[in-house]
Design a protein around this ligand. Structure first.
Ligand SMILES: NC(=O)c1ccc[n+]([C@@H]2O[C@H](COP(=O)([O-])OP(=O)(O)OC[C@H]3O[C@@H](n4cnc5c(N)ncnc54)[C@H](O)[C@@H]3O)[C@@H](O)[C@H]2O)c1
Length: 252
């Protein structure tokens, strides 16, 4: 991605890792559309303007779009909106995700279904909608945000681990299907990153986590975003079907 003409879609881009990815890609793209369910009424334009201000470039084309990633029709609407506003799409980052932690003994069916739908079905929804235009231009970069929990499991997160392991399997299968069409598909597996998702951890939980992190700190959203930026760049042209952990050495 050297000529700054790329157009990107990021799901769940209004905060946390997704927002850091929007900002990282802004320096490399001509336009970005990010979707999120969190917009109240239509404050999406306000959020897009705020991000432009934070980046310090009022001229970059950044659009926000209200959508529920777990809904098939919302995913198609997101891709259609990006193509209309940006003139096409070269990059898709499937980032939106949730946790509904519970021990299996206590986990309700809806906690399982919600996590699978938002974290895994969403990746199917958006990839399915985006591959036609990417195949037609014989170019595309798809990056799926998984988790180290999808590689090693975690007590109390059977739903989340299953969804992220599913994302990794989906990444590898689609990488094989789409490689000959000029489309790469990779996954980034963050460890523990400082966002709203991990803000719920108490001091004791944090301390016990740090024991298993050789770098002795939680990651930042920017740590993850930089690796996503690399996978979307021309430097990663010959990289597909990979899962890159960004976890301070936690899983190796
Ligand atoms: N924070 C971590 O430690 C960590 C670790 C590993 C993986 N991840 C993954 O990184 C991704 C981003 O996580 P984060 O920590 O930034 O979380 P976050 O909760 O801060 O942000 C998640 C974003 O997704 C959006 N979202 C949630 N459900 C949605 C839906 N149905 N439709 C559209 N948007 C929706 C939220 O509104 C929010 O903007 C997730 O896939 C998460 O599983 C996070």
């Amino acid at each position: 991605m050297s000529n700054k003409s790329m157009r990107a879609i990021v799901t769940g881009g209004s905060r946390g890792i997704g927002k850091a990815i929007v900002k990282e890609l802004a320096s490399r793209c001509s336009g970005i559309l990010f979707s999120d369910i969190a917009f109240v009424d239509d404050d999406s334009n306000k959020t897009a303007e705020e991000i432009k201000k934070e980046i310090g470039n009022p001229d970059i084309n950044i659009y926000a779009f209200k959508a529920d990633v777990s809904k098939f029709e919302d995913a198609q609407a997101t891709i259609d909106a990006a193509i209309e506003k940006l003139g096409g799409v070269d990059i898709l980052v499937n980032n939106a995700g949730i946790t509904r932690d519970n021990l299996l003994l206590r986990m309700g069916e809806s906690e399982f279904d919600q996590v699978i739908n938002v974290n895994l079905k969403s990746v199917f929804n958006h990839t399915k909608a985006v591959i036609k235009p990417m195949m037609a231009q014989r170019y595309g970069r798809i990056v799926n945000i998984a988790s180290v929990v999808g590689l090693i499991g975690n007590a109390g997160q059977s739903n989340y681990a299953a969804s992220k392991a599913g994302v990794i399997g989906f990444t590898k299968a689609t990488a094989k299907e789409l490689a000959s069409r000029g489309i790469t598909v990779n996954a980034v597996a963050p460890g523990f990153i400082e966002t709203d998702m991990t803000a719920k951890l108490n001091e004791k939980q944090r301390e016990s986590l740090l024991v298993n992190i050789p770098m002795k700190r939680l990651g930042s959203p920017e740590d993850v975003a930089k690796v996503v930026g690399f996978l979307c760049s021309n430097e990663a042209d010959y990289v597909t079907g990979q899962v890159i952990a960004v976890d301070g050495g936690m899983v190796m």
